[in-house]
Design a protein around this ligand. Structure first.
Ligand SMILES: NC(=O)c1ccc[n+]([C@@H]2O[C@H](COP(=O)([O-])OP(=O)(O)OC[C@H]3O[C@@H](n4cnc5c(N)ncnc54)[C@H](OP(=O)(O)O)[C@@H]3O)[C@@H](O)[C@H]2O)c1
Length: 296
């Protein structure tokens, strides 16, 4: 079975590539192979590829604040390119796995996790573009699985966790918002779950195509997540604890508006695929334990 994986150098794409190539042949493509801002180029490239049995699209325009000024680019990468991939998957009669975000919601549900039945209402250009991509993939490819994930972090590339660890190394206290409630997820665990889903598809298990929320249990503010990160890093490295400084979203101004509450309920995923992710604290502690003492 051959898999077409996009976004091979991204957080999730890189983890998935590492995992999937152990059991499958993977055609992994990145920005150097094709620029998703050019859907025609993507279309032509897809036609030149050898046969494959599934498309896994992790490529995305993910610069949430910059998207407010680069709407067209965000829409090309997050709406038009997924539409091209979805058409190609449908033409070949194969499934497509696509990723979306908790930022399709406006946060007004406050303290009751969002289910797939809740109506999206994105607050940002990024959120709107990701919702636009969901709709196109859903409409154009019959065998689609769209996984809404949230707060991805890992030890590679720039993300919330690596940013906090850099503050710790510099012995500087980060300002962190304490009024946005999220459910952060360690990218290698999301990759493992997706590998499980692919095995099921390839084993001809019946799959209900559609949109699924995919996050661990529990929720935290970014401040709580930062505090635990810095405490755990300090206990491993034996360096002094750096305490984050709690600020409000109003004080910590960002160009794009983010939902104050974007926790999602993953029951539908668990019932369909028989798999659930650990809660955010367990994921975070597991992740930090993989980092060597000297790197903290
Ligand atoms: N990160 C999060 O916290 C988060 C939260 C919710 C949902 N999601 C969703 O989860 C999925 C995976 O996110 P991620 O964190 O792995 O994202 P990421 O680390 O930003 O990776 C995205 C990948 O897309 C590639 N890409 C961007 N623009 C491109 C273009 N014009 N042409 C070709 N490739 C392009 C990037 O290439 P380069 O490597 O060259 O930059 C990168 O490899 C995305 O659908 C994202 O929207 C992420």
């Amino acid at each position: 079975m051959r898999i077409l994986l996009t976004g091979k150098n991204g957080q999730l794409g890189w983890e998935l590539h590492r995992l999937l190539e152990q059991g499958f042949e993977v055609i992994a493509i990145g920005r150097d192979d094709v620029d998703f801002r050019n859907p025609d180029e993507l279309h032509d490239m897809l036609r030149r590829l050898p046969s494959f049995s599934i498309i896994v699209n992790t490529a995305a325009y993910t610069k949430v604040d910059q998207a407010e000024k680069e709407q067209h680019e965000a829409e090309l990468v997050n709406i038009e390119a997924p539409a091209v991939l979805a058409c190609e998957a449908d033409r070949r009669g194969i499934p497509m796995i696509h990723f979306s975000t908790d930022y399709v919601f406006d946060g007004k549900k406050w303290t009751k996790p969002y289910t797939e039945k809740d109506k999206p209402n994105p607050l940002s250009i990024y959120g709107k573009s990701k919702l636009g991509g969901e709709l196109r993939v859903r409409d154009l490819c019959e065998k689609h699985l769209i996984f809404r994930v949230s707060g991805l972090y890992g030890t590679r590339r720039r993300n919330f966790l690596t940013t906090m660890l850099n503050y710790a190394k510099a012995s500087e206290r980060p300002l962190v918002v304490d009024d946005q409630i999220v459910s952060p997820n360690w990218t290698p665990l999301i990759a493992e779950v997706i590998e499980h889903v692919i095995y099921r598809i390839f084993s001809s298990f019946p799959v209900h195509w559609g949109v699924y929320h995919l996050t661990g249990n529990g929720a935290a503010t970014w401040y709580e997540f930062a505090k635990l990160t810095l405490e755990k890093a300090s206990s491993i490295s034996n360096k002094q604890i750096i305490q984050p400084v709690s600020v409000s979203s109003e004080e910590f101004h960002t160009t794009a508006k983010r939902p104050a509450y974007s926790v999602m309920n993953s029951d539908k995923f668990r019932n369909e695929f028989g798999y659930s992710l650990p809660d955010w604290k367990t994921q975070l502690l597991h992740c930090i334990n993989t980092i060597g003492k000297d790197e903290l």
